[in-house]
Design a protein around this ligand. Structure first.
Ligand code: FE2
Length: 280
């Protein structure tokens, strides 16, 4: 068993998306373009309603999965498959866009604090042609492990006896939301060959055996391959641990579309402009 060390600590970049919603992007940036199979990670939110009220009006996607995890606030979702749903604190929306979906995500709140995450997972070429699928996971259906030292909410994968709602998935994802008390350790075995990272929302962590730079709030901690993860909380810490099996295919990005080649991106843009996108 080799202990996992830190590869790189990256501060999330301030950005905006949709109709100007403020966010901090950590994957999908020049420093961390693609952590196969993860294409993007955004922490979105603000205490100021003017930063999020315009929401994410209708827009298309193709070739990816988007996983939205709400911590605070309420958003309403609507898409071209006819799915509709209101997301509240603790809820997860897992959308497999396949060959195409058009959706909107608009605030169902008029004020207060908004906080959430959106993760993009790549799909292998063969699955980019699939019909879109929309999975809605209520917060109360997520597995939770609780002891005197930590709380682990399982969005995907398994921690001790707590399991996420997904039973099978091609990248065998692990997605935990962890709150670890000061001075305590979080230990977990990452499956061989998975790429893994921690997103530190707040607190300070020590990871592995080697000395490393101080970790900061809203930073992405890329992990070396290995299997034994030991993270110690220098201060009480709240973080996400995300890992998945790499897909290993070339990628071509075109905004909300991620395909294998440039030609496929042009095709997606043409389909959208012709009005043939997401019509089955
Ligand atoms: Fe979207």
């Amino acid at each position: 068993m080799s202990q996992i060390e830190i590869k790189k600590i990256i501060k999330a970049l301030k950005s905006s998306d949709g109709a100007g919603v403020k966010l901090k992007r950590s994957i999908g940036t020049p420093e961390a373009d693609y952590i196969d199979p993860f294409l993007m990670l955004d922490e979105f939110g603000s205490e100021n309603k003017d930063d999020y009220l315009a929401g994410f009006p209708p827009h298309p996607h193709r070739g990816i999965e988007t996983v939205t995890y709400m911590l605070n606030g309420e958003f309403e979702h609507e898409d071209s498959t006819g799915s509709k749903g209101k997301m509240g604190p603790g809820d997860v929306q897992w959308m497999k866009t396949g060959r195409g979906i058009i959706h909107s995500e608009m605030p169902a709140m008029t004020g207060g604090k908004l906080l959430g995450f959106q993760l993009w997972i790549n799909m292998p070429a063969i699955m980019k042609k699939n019909k879109p699928e929309y999975l809605y996971m209520k917060g109360k259906d997520l597995g939770v492990h609780l002891d005197n030292e930590k709380k682990v909410k399982v969005i995907a994968g398994k921690f001790e006896k707590a399991k996420g709602p997904l039973t099978t998935h091609n990248v065998e994802p692990i997605y935990f939301h962890i709150v670890l008390n000061e001075g305590k350790e979080f230990k977990f075995d990452i499956p061989e060959g998975h790429n893994a990272f921690i997103y530190l929302l707040q607190g300070e962590l020590n990871i592995g055996e080697k000395k490393h730079d101080k970790t900061h709030d809203s930073s992405l901690i890329l992990l070396e391959r290995g299997n034994k993860l030991i993270a110690k909380a220098i201060k009480k810490s709240e973080f996400l641990l995300i890992a998945g099996k790499p897909i290993g295919e070339p990628i071509a990005r075109g905004g909300p579309f991620v395909m294998n080649t440039k030609a496929e991106i042009l095709e997606a843009i043409q389909d959208y402009n012709n009005g043939t996108f997401a019509k089955y």
